[in-house]
Design a protein. Structure first.
Length: 143
């Protein structure tokens, strides 16, 4: 089933790997290299193979996801977007519902593909906004 899903492109995967490198289970970090010019990026390792990456802002004392995506890393290292949340629009979309063991319980191929396209662009934007120096993936351009 993973073959019908859309994984992050190599350049986005390089940013994702940079953001998640070294996180232990339950670990998290906040990257704010833009001195308040752009929102910080928050990264969390939810399970051994699930991650959350988000921007948050505060509204009436509450943190608001703007947006939050969750991702699943497969055994071969490919990363698949799973959910998209945009709190200020009351939006929560599931593209891939997958257990920590990798058992797919639900998919929306169209939604999952849309999340992957968004995530590819978002990872590039995060790298640019946070001033991350990411090596180009081996093998050249994205597929």
């Amino acid at each position: 089933m993973l073959t019908t899903l859309k994984a992050l492109r190599p350049s986005a995967l390089a940013v994702f790997n940079h953001l998640t490198h070294g996180l232990d289970l339950g670990g998290h970090r906040k990257l704010d290299n833009a001195s308040g010019t752009f929102m910080a990026v928050c990264v969390e390792k939810i399970t051994e193979r699930h991650y959350s990456i988000a921007h948050y802002f505060e509204q009436n004392g509450d943190l608001v996801a703007d947006p939050e995506l969750t991702f699943f890393r497969s055994d071969d290292g490919a990363v698949y977007p799973c959910t998209f949340q945009q709190d200020n629009l009351a939006m929560y979309r599931i593209g891939l519902d997958i257990t920590p063991e990798g058992v797919i319980e639900h998919t929306s191929i169209k939604e999952q593909h849309e999340q992957a396209v968004f995530a590819d662009d978002w990872m590039r934007n995060i790298a640019d906004q946070q001033g991350l120096k990411i090596e180009a993936p081996a093998g050249g351009a994205d597929e």
